[in-house]
Design a protein around this ligand. Structure first.
Ligand code: ADP
Length: 385
């Protein structure tokens, strides 16, 4: 309810309950002992009763038991110190429904030596401070649970990663020695399957760990001068073999004038672009084209990963950025994956103060665009030398 005039408006001092029915505040006058003498219509409305039912009743009976001590203390202070009192408390309406109010009380002396009257104004609060406290507590508990979850994930990650590395290491070793050991073809094939599954598991672990670190605000961005074209070429090289294996046409292009060195996070930027290129290759049929492009737009760098793949229907275009969301959520889906890649990409781009957007048409392809603020570096990155 929007209140005019406000509860502490000076005009309030002049009001009497009679003639105040239109006032958007509950207004009562009480005897010194707390009996209601007059009540306006709003007070009756707020307490879900009739004006006449309020008269001659102790005001205290409308105060919720939990706040009755608070009310008595403030009432005492009003009478003894003759200081207006204003505070929030819980009232109880007819039929025991709760009402949270902001309540103001002041003393009025109608004539010298006459017993004072107590003027009470109250307005309904649209929030419940107790609920607010409980919410804050619940938030704290969620935070603690989240920290515990992140800790658990970190420990589990380590516990899984150690034996996984052993599996990956030995299967690679065996595969390398395959010819020398004259292993039968089906064993070589099985070893490749073990390796592929192991790598998939390792990728899943990395993504889960990154996402949980990010949730716990523990994923730090490490800015450094880096050579832009070399970074892009690195991403191209990293994914070229996979694109070749699908006989896709993989193009990378540095468009127009580009700065030699920029300041960014080498690992995270590579991870973002690799994730997008990896998806582009995965969701694009053989012989089609994948493009990785960078260009400068005023104070921004724009990276584009475009494909001629299966495309994404409009209704899925926002969902796919949520963790574990895939367009095809069926157990028998054709494309592998965890549904974590894009969630991670989105969060990493945000950490770099950038934006990520998508345009896509079913069966025609998708374009993922990243814009990052351009931080220029004069310094060559000697670590590349
Ligand atoms: P994953 O690829 O591991 O399933 P992502 O989070 O990277 O997880 O992607 C989520 C989903 O978004 C994918 O499962 C797929 O349905 C859709 N998607 C992502 N990139 C593309 C793309 N280039 N073309 C078509 N669909 C895509």
């Amino acid at each position: 309810m929007q209140l005019t005039p406000p509860i502490n408006h000076p005009a309030m001092a002049l009001l009497d309950a009679e003639g105040c029915n239109d006032l958007p505040l509950g207004y009562l006058t009480l005897t010194e002992t707390g009996l209601i003498i007059t009540a306006n219509a709003t007070a009756a409305d707020l307490l879900k009763t009739d004006q006449s039912a309020l008269i001659d009743k102790p005001f205290e009976q409308w105060i919720a038991t939990e706040d009755s001590a608070l009310f008595q203390q403030r009432y005492q202070a009003l009478l003894e110190q003759q200081q207006p009192q204003s505070f929030e408390l819980r009232m109880t309406c007819t039929h025991r429904s709760p009402l949270m109010v902001k309540l103001s009380m002041k003393l009025r002396f109608l004539a010298p030596r006459a017993a004072p009257r107590v003027q009470v104004f109250f307005e309904k609060l649209s929030y419940d401070p107790i609920l607010k406290q409980e919410l804050a507590l619940a938030w704290r508990q969620i935070e603690l649970a989240n920290q515990a979850k992140s800790h658990f994930l970190g420990v589990m990650n380590q516990e899984i990663r150690t034996p996984l590395n052993v599996i990956l290491g030995y299967s690679e070793l065996l595969a390398e020695q395959g010819e020398e050991l004259q292993l039968p073809k089906h064993i070589v094939r099985d070893l490749a399957a073990i390796q592929a599954a192991g790598r998939h598991l390792a990728e899943l672990l990395n993504n889960i760990l990154d996402l949980s670190k990010m949730e716990a605000n523990k994923l730090n961005i490490c800015l450094e001068p880096l050579e832009l074209k070399s970074l892009l070429y690195g991403v191209y090289q990293l994914n070229k073999e996979q694109a070749d294996s699908k006989q896709q046409h993989f193009i990378y292009e540095c468009v127009g004038e580009l700065p030699d060195y920029i300041i960014s996070d080498r690992i995270r930027l590579t991870q973002i672009l690799t994730n997008l290129v990896h998806n582009a290759i995965k969701f694009t049929p053989q012989h089609k084209t994948i493009e990785l492009r960078v260009e400068r737009l005023d104070n921004h760098l724009q990276f584009t990963v475009a494909d001629q793949g299966i495309g994404i229907a409009p209704e899925h275009q926002t969902q796919i950025f949520d963790a574990f969301k895939q367009v095809d959520m069926s157990a028998t889906r054709y494309f592998g994956g965890t549904g974590l890649g894009l969630a991670l990409v989105k969060k990493l781009v945000e950490l770099l103060d950038g934006t990520l957007s998508l345009t896509s048409k079913l069966d025609q392809g998708s374009v993922f665009t990243i814009r990052l603020p351009l931080l220029l570096s004069e310094l060559p990155d000697f670590s590349l030398a």
